[in-house]
Every structure is written in structure tokens, then in C-alpha cells.
Design a protein around this ligand. Structure first.
Ligand code: ADP
Ligand code: MG
Length: 371
């Protein structure tokens, strides 16, 4: 197989239980060579277990794991073309940076001149030239993390597994390391399988993301796909913020339809919304939609809303200044409360608490969820 196609990962029906806790439940995934792929989900959803199965530290109860088309289930860790960076990166404190990075190669009996060359190369990749003789205690947290990365890269794996590698760093440093990791992956071109519970981190780093919950994959896609078209309530809630809107279909016209929204109390004038419907047939079903806060427009009550948009009367319940945006809570005429995000720029009108507003939203932004 050509060099540039190395690092392709396939999981098929993989399952792993600890006693009666099913940590990984029938997981099937294809991760193409050279992608920055993230496994994203809350603590305990099975991310680390998935990585350990791939790394060869655990044996699956069922299913198949292939790297570059070849089953690796029976291969020990050192015979897989994979290396791991753990959250607890545990450098040897008595060894220098160079010795830490060289350790794995020395254990495998790689000739000294070759080790020297590859250690220098790995340290350059992570921007640690000149610090070869330092001990871990003489490095910052970010530098130690880079040593751990160099140690994993020095064996030139075609796949790097990273288990929440930045979780112990403070926010500023974490942001910088994210950029460095992204650049490093683009440069070395190998597959990165990155585990995180931080949705912002996954969104900004990844080519593709798999969202996981209770050992099961919920959705796989690019960050945009997952944000714009969340499949279910869990994904819509975990990635960004959503208003969940329920309604009954009262009319259908091809791809579009009208739903009567479920309000908080009975009102003489029930609120209806045009929505986009994809592959939904039955009438009278209770449907659930996700509507993103930044897709809702607030206007002075006497304005005409943009053509084709749904509209409702509302009142501002609260306003929070977030710097780049204002976040409002708006109560609609049917008693629903929605969170609305409006950019802090002059072209968007500002509203005080209790102000009457016209609320407008597009049918296309009512994203139908499977539930
Ligand atoms: N060695 C173990 N023994 C028993 N249960 C475990 C073990 N490791 C993980 N688990 C359980 O398996 C589930 C998934 O864990 P894990 O893969 O570590 O999740 P994550 O990395 O997403 O936080 C959790 O319920 C966890 O408590
Ligand atoms: Mg974990």
C-alpha cells in the first residue's frame, strides 16, 4: 500500500463490557487515512475504552478492528502501527528531554546514530529544539506535553491516538496547543484520533467528529454537518446551544409543512411555524426541532419581518452581555421561552428587559430531530 494511504481505521460492530457495564456498544466507524478525527462525548461514554481497543491494550468482546484493511485484533500493541499520547503523559523525571524521547527506540534496539537523527527530527516537529538536555521538571506544562508528543511521533506511527492530551493545561495554553496540534497533524499527515469531552476543542480541530453517548456513536460528520444538522436531541444539546421546539404537523406541502407549536399554556391564538420536513410522512405526530439561538432575529414590534420567515410577538425576559453578542431570553405569545443570540454590532437593534419585540426565524432553521 502506498505510504500516503497508511493510517486507515475501521471498527465494525465493536463491543467491550467491563462486567455488566457496556463501555463500547456495537461501534462501527471508518476513519480515513490522514484525517484529524475526534471522538467527542461526556465523561464515561467509552472514549478511552475505544482508544485502548485500537491501541491493543484491550481485547474486544465482539467485532472487528482493521488498520489499513488488515485485522489487528490479535496483534499486541507494539505490532500495531499506532502510538498513544495519554492525558497523564508521565515523562521519566530523571531523564533529559532527549532521553525521554529516545527511550522507546532504544528499547527496540534502533542503532544510536539513527536514534539521534530521529529524536532531533521529532523535537523539531514539536518546536523543542535547544531543550534536549533539560529535565521534565525544568519545563512548563505545555513543553512537557510537547515532549510526550515527540515521544509518540518518534516511532513514526501512521496513527496517533490522543486521549484528552490538553485537559490538564490552562485555557490560554490549551488554545495555543490546539493550534499547534492542528498544524502538526497537517504537517506530518498521519491519522490523528483525538479524544475529548470539549465540544469547542473538537469543532475547531477536527476534519470529522464522532459524537458518542453511553458507548454508542450518535452521529458522525464534519463539524459543520454536526452543528447544522444534529440528528437527535443529545447531539443538538451537546454541540452548542439549542432551543428545542415541539409541534404537531397540521399541513404539509412537499418538503415544507406547518406545525402548531406546543406552548406553555393554552392561548387564544396558537402559534404556527413553517418548517422544513425531510423524510417525515405521518400527520398529527409530535415532532421535535432544534432552533439555534443565533438563527433567531429580534426586531422592533412594528417592523415587517424578512420575507419567508416565521414570526411571533414576544417580550424580552432577560439580557446578558457576552462581549461579542447579547444573549436574550424571549417569551413568545404562546408562553414558550427561547434563547436568542444577537451580534454586538450596530446593525442589530438592542432591546431592554420587558421590551416588546417581533421574533422571526426561517423554516430551514427548524431542524427536525429523530427521537
Ligand atoms: N477498568 C474498568 N473497569 C470497570 N469499568 C470501567 C473500566 N474502565 C472504564 N470503565 C467504565 O466504562 C465506561 C466507559 O469508560 P471510559 O472508556 O473510560 O469513558 P471515557 O473515556 O469516555 O470517560 C464507564 O462507565 C467507566 O466507568
Ligand atoms: Mg477517558
Amino acid at each position: 500500500m502506498a505510504e500516503r494511504f497508511r493510517g486507515d481505521i475501521e471498527l465494525e460492530g465493536v463491543r467491550k463490557a467491563y462486567g455488566n457495564v457496556v463501555a463500547v456498544d456495537d461501534v462501527s466507524l471508518h476513519i480515513e487515512a490522514g484525517t484529524f478525527f475526534s471522538l467527542l462525548g461526556p465523561s464515561g461514554c467509552g472514549k478511552t475504552t475505544t482508544l485502548r481497543l485500537l491501541g491493543g491494550f484491550l481485547y474486544p468482546d465482539a467485532g472487528e478492528i482493521r488498520i489499513d484493511g488488515r485485522s489487528v485484533v490479535h496483534l499486541p500493541p507494539h505490532r500495531r502501527d499506532v502510538n498513544t499520547v495519554f492525558q497523564q503523559y508521565a515523562l521519566f523525571p530523571h531523564m533529559t528531554v532527549a532521553e525521554n524521547v529516545a527511550f522507546g527506540l532504544e528499547m527496540r534496539g534502533v542503532p544510536k546514530p539513527e536514534i539521534r537523527k530521529r529524536v532531533a527530527e521529532a523535537l523539531e516537529m514539536v518546536g523543542l529544539e535547544g531543550l534536549e538536555e533539560r529535565k521534565p521538571a525544568e519545563l512548563s506544562g505545555g513543553q512537557q506535553q510537547r515532549v510526550a508528543l515527540a515521544r509518540a511521533l518518534v516511532s513514526r506511527p501512521s496513527i496517533l491516538l490522543l486521549d484528552e492530551p490538553l485537559a490538564s493545561l490552562d485555557l490560554k495554553l490549551r488554545k495555543r496547543m490546539q493550534e499547534e496540534l492542528k498544524a502538526l497533524q497537517a504537517e506530518v499527515g498521519i491519522t490523528f484520533l483525538y479524544v475529548t469531552h470539549d465540544q469547542e476543542e473538537a469543532m475547531s480541530l477536527s476534519d470529522r467528529i464522532a459524537v458518542m453517548k453511553d458507548g454508542k456513536i450518535q452521529q458522525v460528520g464534519t463539524p459543520e454537518e454536526i452543528y447544522e444538522r444534529p440528528r437527535n436531541r443529545f447531539v443538538a444539546d451537546f454541540i452548542g446551544t439549542s432551543n428545542f421546539v415541539q409541534g404537531r404537523l397540521v399541513h404539509r406541502n412537499g418538503r415544507q409543512g406547518v406545525v402548531e407549536l406546543v406552548g406553555n399554556y393554552d392561548t387564544p391564538r396558537p402559534l404556527r411555524s413553517w418548517v422544513e420536513l425531510e423524510g417525515v410522512s405521518p400527520n398529527g405526530n409530535l415532532l421535535t426541532f432544534s432552533l439555534r439561538p443565533e438563527r433567531i432575529v429580534l426586531l422592533p414590534p412594528d417592523t415587517a419581518p424578512p420575507k419567508g420567515m416565521n414570526r411571533a410577538h414576544g417580550r424580552i425576559r432577560s439580557r446578558t452581555f457576552l462581549g461579542t453578542d447579547f444573549q436574550y431570553t424571549v417569551r413568545l405569545e404562546n408562553g414558550l421561552e427561547w434563547v436568542v443570540l444577537q451580534p454586538n454590532v450596530g446593525t442589530f437593534p438592542r432591546f431592554e428587559r420587558d421590551a416588546a419585540v417581533l421574533v422571526a426565524w426561517s423554516p430551514q432553521d427548524m431542524r427536525l430531530l429523530e427521537e
